[in-house]
Every structure is written in C-alpha cells, then in structure tokens.
Design a binder for this molecule. Structure first.
Ligand code: UDP
Length: 383
C-alpha cells in the first residue's frame, strides 16, 4: 500500500507519470476505459491499406522545447515532417497559415513582404488595442476580408459559437507571415513517429512495475486503495459531475476511401460555413516515406459533446471557467489525488505541452514524496 500508485488514463500524461514512478520503484496500476492505450494519440494501421491512421484525428508532433524533443526521440524514431495545410474558401484553394502566398492568391496581387504588411495593416482594425474575443483578435490581426474568408465560418463550425463569443487565445495559436513560409507551425522541432504514437505509449508502459487494466475505469472509491492517484480523465467525471458538466466539443469522422491520391496533401481546411465539415485529412500523407496505392481520408464534423461522446476540445467560455473554478476548489480538498493533462485540467493542450507537464508532475511528486510533503491537486493550475 505504501508505494502503490493508481493512474486514470493511458494517454501521454498517464504513461509518462507511470513510467517515471515505476523507474523510481513504485508499483503502478494504470486504468484505461478504452480497449487500447495512447488516448487520443492512438494510431494503428488500417487493415486493408496498411496506412497508419490517427483514429482520433491528426496528431503532428511539434515543439520548441528541446528536452521534450529529445525525450520523444529516445522513445521512437521520428521522421522529418512539415505540416502544410491548404484552405478551401469560396471554392478556391489557398495556402495556410495566412502567409504572403495566401495574401497574393486571395487579392490577386504580387506584393513584396513589406507591401503585404502595409496592405494588411490598412485592412486591420487599428482601433482594437486589447482584443478580447476571437473576432476582435482576427480584425486586429488580418482585417475583415481575410477574417470572413478563413476564420469566421471555420470557427463557427469548430466551436458551435460565434467568434464574437470565443476568447482571443484560440486564434493566437495561428501565425501570420509576410513571407512564403507555409509551415503550419512556428516551432523549431517537428516530425512524425515512424510507426505512429501507440508504440511510444506501449514502450513507456512496458515495465515490470506497471500493470495496465484496459477497459476499466478507476472509480473514485478505488482511489483510496493507492498511496497516490494521478487522474488524467475528465475533472468533472472524478466528482460524478456533481456540479454539472464541463462542456467539450467532440468530433465525428466520415471515412472516405479511394484509389491513388484523394486531395494531394495531408490536410485541407474547409473555411466556408455552408460546408458542414471543418477539414479533411488524408492519412497516408502523414507518412510520406511510405508508398500506398490506395488512400483513406476522414472528414471532421465538430459538435457539442454529449455524455456518451469522446470529449475533445474544452470550450472554456466565461461560464465554463466559473464551473471549472468550482471543481478546482473541490479538487483541492481531496487528499492524495493530482489532476493532469487535457481532461484533468480542462485545457486545450498540444502533445508537447502535455509531455512537458507530465514530466514536471512526476518530478514534483517524487520530490514531495521524498520530503514527506503533501502533493498538490494541481502541479499546473488549470485556471
Ligand atoms: N481556424 C480557422 N480557420 C482555419 C484554421 C483554424 O478559423 O482554417 C481557427 C479555429 O477557430 C481553430 C483555431 O483557429 O479552432 C486553431 O486552429 P488549429 O489549427 O490550431 O486547430 P486544431 O488543429 O487544434 O483543431
């Protein structure tokens, strides 16, 4: 009992903490409600084509954190991969994220970087000094015309809300460039694990001190059997939703099979409001070093998650943050439970941040345990 750890969830957060604690001599039980490990990073080869499919939507590894890049590269062989996304707006194809090519394509110009910057500055709403909403951020960032073409419809479909109701932070994820760099991410390190993400998680969990229980939920009552519990499931689920449900968006995927090349690249975003899906991803393009005759794509449809759905994106509007804050207060009254990851802290997290935080959490636990100190409910604040 004195050195036993329970972990809810076998995604990156749960697997990394399990691995680090197992290495330190703890006995770890990992409970995973699904029939497989790896959480939403789960990837597996499609039976008929052999293509590596990301079951819960595309996951491209990108980071600026060198230690995280080194960490994942010790676990798997990564191949160079640069995410280049195209946008379909008004029935035409453009380069994304918005860059010099997009601007010149859209306005039919041949601007230099300086000319494009001056032009966008004129389009942008200079009166907005402190953008609060997504819409204000977009108006300040690119102006009304590009906002309407690339962000308004897509964002309404993705979040089910008007961009005027959404926080500016969502748009801050995307770059705006006045050169021809069409790399979707600004990060220094980017790549794809050669054999997908699942073997990485399996490797982390393959340890004599770790027992994985698939298709089993860790119940709140069971938690008292462990010295400490790490909960990477939904924060509100731990409390049986006693204060209400934290809202999430979920995704439905429509499978498209074809021969040859369906769309010519890994991701095409559909920015118009009257196209019901947000994007189509063609998964064989995530492994450009492999050859496949046939192809498999998924069109993504976003909607509000119902209790039986997989939670994907935390919504985090003002009211949701109030509910989150009430759950955080409850969590802080628990003893010996630490909440981690996207679902445990109700945040929109990229994989590299999840990994970094899981490493920090395991270190903080080991340090506190060695000094017989209390381990807090949150190592990283969700608020
Ligand atoms: N977005 C948009 N148009 C696009 C791509 C993104 O309006 O073509 C907005 C949308 O609100 C989205 C956000 O920018 O939620 C962040 O985009 P990102 O590609 O990071 O979304 P993710 O891949 O995490 O779903």
């Amino acid at each position: 009992m004195s050195n036993s750890i329970g972990i809810a969830g076998a995604g990156f957060s749960g697997a990394i903490i399990a691995n680090k604690l197992a290495n330190a001599g703890f006995k770890v039980d990992v409970f995973e409600p699904r029939a497989h490990v790896a959480g939403n990073c789960f990837s597996s080869r499609d039976n008929s084509t052999g293509i590596m499919v990301h079951k819960y939507g595309p996951h491209i590894f990108h980071t600026d954190k060198e230690h995280v890049w080194q960490y994942v590269n010790k676990l798997a062989s990564f191949k160079p991969y640069v995410n280049r996304v195209k946008a379909n707006s008004g029935g035409k194809i453009y380069s994304l994220p918005i860059n010099l090519h997009t601007i010149n394509q859209f306005f039919g110009t041949a601007f230099s970087p300086a000319e494009a910057e001056e032009f966008i500055c004129m389009q942008a709403d200079q009166d907005i000094t402190e953008p609060v909403s997504f819409e204000q951020q977009a108006m300040k960032f690119v102006g009304k015309t590009l906002y309407n073409a690339f962000f308004a419809g897509y964002t309404q479909k993705q979040w089910g809300l008007s961009p005027a109701e959404l926080p500016a932070s969502i748009l801050k994820r995307l770059p705006l460039r006045f050169n021809y760099d069409d790399n979707y991410f600004n990060h220094q390190f980017q790549g794809m694990p050669e054999q997908g993400y699942t073997p990485i998680i399996e490797k982390l969990l393959n340890h004599p001190n770790i027992k994985v229980h698939l298709q089993q939920k860790l119940s709140r009552d069971q938690c008292s059997e462990f010295t400490h519990v790490f909960w990477s499931g939904p924060l509100d689920a731990y409390f049986d939703y006693r204060l209400g449900r934290l809202p999430y968006r979920t995704l439905d995927f429509r499978e498209i099979r074809a021969t040859g090349d369906y769309q010519g690249g890994a991701v095409v975003n559909y920015c118009d409001a009257d196209v019901p899906y947000t994007r189509i991803s063609e998964h064989k393009h995530f492994t450009p070093w492999e050859q496949h005759q046939d192809t498999i794509c998924f069109a993504e449809y976003s909607r509000q998650a119902q209790p039986e759905d997989e939670p994907y994106y935390p919504v985090r509007l003002v009211n949701d943050k109030q509910l989150l804050s009430a759950y955080v207060t409850l969590a802080q009254q628990e003893r010996a439970v630490t909440f981690v990851g996207r679902l445990g802290t109700y945040r929109y997290l990229d994989m590299d941040v999840t990994i970094d935080e899981a490493l920090q959490t395991a270190d903080a636990f080991l340090q506190a345990h060695a000094q017989q100190q209390v381990v807090p409910a949150f190592i990283i604040s969700p608020l």
